[in-house]
Design a protein around this ligand. Structure first.
Ligand code: ZN
Length: 399
């Protein structure tokens, strides 16, 4: 299949001007002006009019519970799996699946099976090994073997710290996880990232900072997530980013509600603060926590109620950055494209450049609404309508 996108404003994510994008198979073959593709009629060339559109790289969601999560309110609050449409209808063409609180009812065998299923349906998938728990529950007999020998496993997580639901890992246990992930990543050419779930407690980043201070492991080995869950935690995470760490915001579709019950930092506000402090725009990512349970606890840690993370928040957060905070699109969109690609070492992802995978979203320039999604060269969404469906998805459009 050959596709040419004509006259789109191309964000690589750096703004590159109005350009055509030529896609051959699953790769971007060229980005330039007035591109021509003539195969003497032996290959069909599909043309997409990109005028009035911003072409941005397909979104990378670096933390999503594709398998569903355990519910902290009992078995009936277990959350459902992600369907293909939950990803592509929200511009996500690459997802990193993870297991959260429940590492018993959900395990690595099922997570990897789910990741393979979504890959077969047309997107790119990876996973972390483990869950909240320490010792890490792996597929093979070791964390290092999982990262080195399982193609889809690019790191470990989400290991929970500073949370009443964590395994309360000791410093030594936590440092060993980071050390093993680091060496396994080096030996297999992967990131070996440690995705760390940060809870609400006042210990905040303590364990991560101790590892960076007291061992040879650098801050770049960690990707702490939920950094914006409260203002005090976020302050400390800004310091971590200023010192060369990368921090992962968790998007929130219902922030107007959550802002009233806890002091969660709105993503666009947090990114504005990061930029205003002169911290590099390479130092943040945004993930959805999609399909994860969102329990509400009172101050005694008692369960009050539950919601579910939505993958739609990624684009919504980028839109709020642009529309509420005046952050340039090329800066905001880095958090879901080139930044996660760099920290997770996804070499052909996150950029609209020759040789990269043909993962592209077309956004309407005025509203930043999603018009078209292309994953590995295949048109998944067109004119806002889902064109490719998961095996058991109903053929209905929700937009
Ligand atoms: Zn988490």
């Amino acid at each position: 299949m050959v596709t040419i996108i004509r006259n789109a404003k191309v964000y690589q994510p750096e703004y590159a001007g109005v350009k055509d994008i030529l896609i051959l198979g699953d790769r971007i073959a060229a980005v330039g002006e007035d591109l021509r593709a003539d195969f003497g009629g032996c290959l069909e060339v599909q043309e997409i009019d990109g005028s009035g559109m911003a072409a941005v790289p397909g979104f990378i969601d670096s933390h999503e519970h594709i398998l569903g999560g355990g519910g902290e309110g009992g078995f009936h609050t277990r959350t459902p799996e992600a369907a293909l449409g939950d990803l592509i209808r929200n511009g996500i063409t690459t997802v990193v699946g993870c297991i959260g609180t429940d590492g018993v009812g959900r395990d690595m065998t099922a997570l990897l099976a789910k990741a393979h299923a979504l890959e077969n349906e047309g997107v790119t998938t990876y996973t972390y090994t483990g869950s909240y728990q320490v010792p890490v529950r792996t597929l093979t007999d070791s964390l290092m073997k999982d990262i080195m020998m399982l193609d889809k496993v690019i790191g470990v997580g989400e290991v929970a710290i500073s949370d009443h639901r964590s395994s309360q890992p000791t410093f030594e246990e936590f440092a060993r996880i980071a050390a093993d992930a680091r060496v396994a990543g080096m030996l297999s050419g992967k990131a070996g990232i440690v995705n760390v779930h940060l809870g609400d407690s006042e210990r905040r980043l303590d364990l991560i900072r101790r590892v960076v201070r007291e061992t040879e492991i650098p801050a770049s080995q960690f990707l702490p997530t939920h950094v914006n869950r409260n203002a005090a935690l976020f302050e400390e995470c800004l310091d971590f980013a200023a010192e060369g760490g990368t921090i992962d915001f968790t998007g929130n579709e219902d922030i107007d509600y959550w802002e009233t019950i806890c002091d969660e930092v709105r993503v666009c506000r947090g990114i504005r603060m990061l930029l205003d402090r002169g911290i590099s725009s390479d130092r943040f990512t945004i993930s959805s926590d999609g399909q994860g349970s969102l329990p509400v606890f009172n101050e005694k840690g008692e369960f009050q109620g539950i919601g579910i993370g939505k993958a739609s928040c990624l684009l919504k957060e980028v839109r709020e950055c642009v529309q509420k905070e005046g952050i340039p699109l090329e800066t905001a969109v880095k958090g879901i494209t080139s930044n996660p690609a760099a920290i997770l070492k996804l070499d052909r992802k996150g950029r609209i450049k020759e040789g990269f995978d043909a993962d592209i979203c077309l956004l309407k320039e005025d509203t930043l609404g999603l018009d078209t999604v292309i994953a590995k060269g295949q048109v998944m969404v067109r004119d806002g309508e889902q064109k490719v469906f998961g095996t058991f998805e109903e053929h209905i459009n929700h937009n």
